[in-house]
Design a protein around this ligand. Structure first.
Ligand code: AMP
Ligand code: GLY
Length: 433
């Protein structure tokens, strides 16, 4: 007798390119029933129903999920995690992908992350934290050379100032304490400045077993040559060829130690744990942790992954994750973000978008929507800073890169801006990195 596959209805929280990539992978699963997304975006409507609930309200999410017999809630961004949505869902016995609030503090508080790293003996930049502006300013005035100023809490990727001297550091400290980053800046960390190439390693974990995903590299600065302000991320590629296998092993061990430490501390972690690393001459050191998939790393990593994502996410929640559940393509992926002119500063919205179908027709190209919406006439228009991610997968890095840019060239909207050097660091040797 043929076995029947149990289908479950899924609610995904978020609206970015990361969530679109997660949605595509969830939709591929034989276990996927109806797919719902809150709030979603203009590109997700083909495969999911957008739901008008507040994704950061535990009460609304739980009530809606129970009313619609949801079998899996997937939490994309950090804000619902920090609002306790995962805890509320689990209390209501709804299977949930994403860590509980206490464990998600590994992203929500940089000081908490540093303390966990200290207990776990994980290499990271030396640091000190301050809650008073004067003490902090006195400290940076005494430093000789560069340092990094970080607002302690969530600041949408903006609360980090890499300062080349004491003067820039003092400016950063004043910005943090002036409330420029909201409550995130009430407590400020001053860190040793590290140098080296960066690499993101995302792992999936059920609190015990850790399954690494493929390496990827983000491009955080707004403009070519890693200049301009930090953004959410302007593009990514996967894998990162400059990562030596010993470094990869070290990064995995670091992630395992953090998972073990969080469990030992009584705050077990399940979901995706994102490690942001700098590959220093002394080995990989942690820059930050995120309690979720990276954006735009996910748009470069997931298309190369072979897995039943519904099964994997349920396994993370149930504590039965297994390494054998995931395998990888040898192909390369390059993802180029198309943003609105002005991003990460102020930008205009409502610009009609053309060329998506032509770009999607290219071999190996997928368009992930982020800041898009349908206007009253049903026209696809821009609605955010990062508008689309054009991902190409191909057998060679060069082909993937060329295809992603070909796709990016076919799409148009007023103010379209993007970096033309995504992936240029993916060279086998590290000279010029
Ligand atoms: P974070 O949000 O902590 O990852 O920081 C954003 C970016 O700031 C990182 O991707 C790095 O490029 C840079 N950064 C953060 N911490 C350091 C550090 N200790 N040394 C040098 N650069 C850093
Ligand atoms: N790409 C950086 C992040 O997701 O935080």
């Amino acid at each position: 007798m043929a076995s029947t596959i149990r289908k479950i209805d899924i609610l995904l929280l978020g609206s970015g390119g990361r969530e679109h990539a997660l949605l595509d992978k969830l939709a591929d699963s034989p276990h996927a029933g109806a797919l719902y997304v809150a709030p979603g975006n203009g590109g997700m409507l083909g495969s999911a129903t957008c739901v008008g609930i507040d994704p950061e309200s535990p009460i609304e999410v739980v009530a809606w999920a129970l009313a619609h017999d949801i079998g899996l809630v997937v939490i994309g961004p950090e804000a619902p995690l920090m609002a306790g949505v995962a805890d509320a869902c689990r209390s209501a016995h709804i299977p949930t992908f994403g860590p509980n609030l206490e464990a998600a503090r590994i992203e929500g508080s940089k000081k908490f992350a540093k303390q966990v790293m200290g207990r776990a003996g994980v290499p990271t930049a030396a640091w000190r934290s301050f809650t008073d502006e004067k003490g902090c300013l006195d400290y940076v005035a005494r430093l000789d050379g560069p340092c990094v100023v970080k607002a302690d809490g969530l600041a949408a990727g903006k609360g980090v100032i890499v300062a080349k001297d004491a003067e820039e550091a003092a400016e950063g400290v004043r910005a943090c304490f002036s409330g420029a980053f909201g409550e995130a800046g009430d407590s400020v960390l001053i860190e040793e400045a590290l140098s080296g190439p960066e690499c993101s390693l995302l792992v999936l974990t059920d609190g015990r077993t850790v399954v690494p995903l493929a390496t990827s590299q983000d491009h955080k600065r707004a403009y070519e040559g890693d200049t301009g302000p930090n953004t959410g991320g302007m593009g990514a590629y996967s894998p990162v060829p400059s990562v030596a296998s010993a470094e990869f092993d070290e990064m995995i061990e670091i992630m395992e130690r953090i998972v073990v430490q969080l469990a030992a501390d009584g705050t077990p972690y399940s979901g995706c744990l994102y490690g942001g690393f700098m590959l220093t001459d002394e080995g990989p050191k942690v820059l930050e942790f995120n309690a979720r998939f990276g954006d735009p790393e996910t748009q470069a990593v997931l298309p190369r992954m072979h897995a039943d994502l519904v099964e994997v996410m349920l396994a993370c929640d149930r504590g039965v994750l297994d390494r054998g559940m995931i395998s990888w393509d040898d192909d390369w992926a390059v993802s180029v973000v198309l943003a609105s002119a002005g991003y990460p500063g102020p930008y205009e919205v409502g610009k009609p978008i053309t060329g998506i179908k032509a770009a999607e027709a290219l071999e190996g190209v997928t368009i992930y929507h982020a800041g898009t919406a349908l206007d009253a006439d049903g026209t696809l228009v821009t609605s955010g800073g990062r508008v689309l991610a054009v991902t190409a997968v191909a057998p060679t890095f060069e082909a993937a890169r060329a295809r992603a840019y070909e796709g990016a060239g076919l799409i148009d909207f007023d103010g379209k801006s993007f970096r033309t050097d995504i992936g240029m660091k993916a060279v086998p040797d590290r000279s010029g990195l």
